[in-house]
Design a protein around this ligand. Sequence first.
Ligand SMILES: C[S@@+](CC[C@H](N)C(=O)[O-])C[C@H]1O[C@@H](n2cnc3c(N)ncnc32)[C@H](O)[C@@H]1O
Length: 196
Amino acid sequence: MTEGRAIDWEARYHDGATAWERPGLHPSFVDWLETGALAPCRILVPGGGRSSEPLALAEAGFDVTVVDLAESAVAAQRARLERLQVAARVELANLLTWDAPAPFDAIYDQACLCALPPATWPGYVQRLHRWLRPGGRLFALFMQTGSAGGPPFDCGLPAMRSLFPDPPWQWPATLGNPVPHPSGRIEQPVILYARS
Ligand SMILES: C[S@@+](CC[C@H](N)C(=O)[O-])C[C@H]1O[C@@H](n2cnc3c(N)ncnc32)[C@H](O)[C@@H]1O
């Protein structure tokens, strides 16, 4: 898939071409929950797909909003939450045009940025900043592919430092260890603070 062509996410779900899906919760997500880095708050999960993190967040007491443009993923996410009688909002929308009704304390981006064509990244990052309250945090998992094309598009660290400059994004002094992805790639977990 090249950057300039539309990406049909619904077709990928329909065809079972979902190599990004993990069998369980993301290890960095579990770590952030266990250490309290992620503590109950109003949180957005952009491009949440069918991942199980929104359910885990809602069960842990977070006020969760999921946004995704794939109808079947939104339906699956809603059905799971309803079946388990867990409250969360799941919106069918394009993140590149959607706007948050109120600021979030946190955003959990798991394989969403890398799913978007890089030409859209600057606009998406502006939106991320706008959706967060001042001092809010972006929990990002930067997919490292080391190759051209996508999705997933390579979220190499030099490019990410340019895309999320300080200000308005405050980077940690040291980065956590990269985490293997079942696809054979690795993801770099990073928590970024949104300065006002
Ligand atoms: C690589 S998948 C990751 C899904 C999920 N976060 C996970 O880890 O399983 C990317 C997700 O982003 C969604 N997506 C891609 N572009 C989008 C856009 N412009 N607006 C909303 N959702 C989008 C896709 O439908 C898909 O569910």
